[in-house]
Design a protein around this ligand. Structure first.
Ligand code: IMP
Ligand code: MG
Length: 180
């Protein structure tokens, strides 16, 4: 998106109530998958932090450990051509453990392809991906999320952790930007 974008309005795509109901359903799927097994839930900063904090608090599993990564992508910003690196890695050893990555949105799939490959090399017991939004239009890499909050064909959305140039992360719902 161009930096000089002027915002006319924000249109609700998923309301806070809709998201809360869906997060409970996704948490039930996660619980059905792992039961009481020890599970390391990894938040992908920054965007994943709201979904992550709501999701983990809905889990019945009492053997959940939390960790955090942050990814940085270099290259032309919009085409997502850059390569991805850790700007912060997890602090726990995930080998032999069940690992669930929690991300805000999978778009081209580049970031999650990197993270899934990096984590897989550490030989976790299992490795799965939960994303609040699975956006299909620009998918380039073969990334398939195991737990999906909402599917979206296209569009740029903000709120509930998602930003546009660091704005709007704190909004309680998910919105589409309507340009001027
Ligand atoms: P990917 O590597 O192309 O899948 O990019 C994923 C990252 O791009 C997400 O973690 C977001 O930070 C960002 N992103 C992609 N689409 C959107 C959007 O619609 N709104 C806000 N951020 C987005
Ligand atoms: Mg992100």
């Amino acid at each position: 998106m161009g930096e000089e974008l002027r915002i006319k309005d924000l249109r609700v795509v998923f309301s806070a109530e809709q998201i809360a109901a869906r997060v409970r359903e996704v948490a039930a799927q996660v619980d059905a998958c792992y039961g009481e097994e020890t599970l390391v839930v990894v938040c992908v900063l920054k965007g994943g932090f709201v979904f992550f904090s709501d999701l983990v608090r809905c889990l019945q599993n009492r053997n959940v450990e939390l960790d955090f990564v942050r990814l940085a992508s270099y290259g032309k910003s919009d085409v997502s051509s850059g390569h991805v690196i850790f700007s912060k890695d997890v602090e726990s050893d995930i080998s032999g453990k069940h690992v669930l990555i929690v991300e805000d949105i999978v778009d081209s799939g580049r970031s999650m392809r990197f993270l899934l490959d990096q984590f897989a090399a550490r030989r976790p017991r299992s490795l799965r991906l939960a994303t609040l939004v699975d956006k299909h239009e620009r998918r380039q890499n073969t990334v398939k999320a195991d737990f999906i909050g909402f599917s979206l064909e296209r569009g740029f959305i903000v709120g509930y952790g998602l930003d546009y140039a660091e704005r709007f992360r704190a909004l309680p719902g998910v919105y589409e930007i309507i340009p001027e």
